[in-house]
Design a protein around this ligand. Sequence first.
Ligand SMILES: [Zn+2]
Ligand SMILES: [Zn+2]
Length: 292
Amino acid sequence: MEWWSDGIGVLALVVLQYSNILFLEGTLTMEICFLGTGAPWPDPLRGSSAILVDVGSARILLDCGRACVQQMARLQIEPATITHCFLTHGHYDHVADYALLVLTSWRFGRHHCLQVYGPPGTKAMSDALFQEAYKIDIAARKSLKKSDAEADININVTEMRGGAVAEGEGWRLRAVEVAHWPIPLSLGFLIEGDGKRLFFTGDTSPCDAVRESAAGVDLLIHEAMYFPADSGHYRSHSHPEQVGEVAHQTGALQLVLTHLQPETRKERLLNDASKKFTRRIVMATDQMRLVL
Ligand SMILES: [Zn+2]
Ligand SMILES: [Zn+2]
């Protein structure tokens, strides 16, 4: 196995990069923190899908899966500092902590409007959560708020389809429709900013939308999953060997594999992905940070 396939080597590189940043005034960086790298399975070592991206003026959360708010607490990341939340699709391993993010940030110091984006269905889910499921909690807290500005959970929900763009100072995101049967519309996201490009697939089987939209990115974050060849998962998810092939076709500079099953073995995963992709490959772990 090559040295760059070793997560420890990469993390050491990250530490070096962080220390360089301290001395390079004005250097722009895109910073990524993996808050959840598991999937639907209960897993003592992994939350489910959630990735924090600091880019330009924004602090963006990609997916809001199980335990990501707890993981923020462990890393001393204030939920109130999240400016944008982009949801790939409505599977519970991608949205389980959505209400917790909104309510915790509202309760503890968020004064800005949290911008939420997701595929069709995101508004209905938000209404069901905040106008029904949590209405007793929200009404009780609103009655104690001192000002009108505080007395609202203060979110703005925008639904996206493939090709939709969101942008702010120093960053731009484009939604890409991926292939995650039987979910009718699941999104991947291309983020550009700080002179770098990142693509996050969300959940997908190998598809041209990823091959084309992630062409030449600095970092491809791709889901990976083991499944029997005769299972229906081949229409929904990507075997690590397939991920390596897709990554090779994109020409990405580096690849992170995430959305992992509890029993996933690192050596097997990296070996399978590296059959077609010979650049740097990292197996994601919760709390892992990368700097581009
Ligand atoms: Zn998933
Ligand atoms: Zn899914």
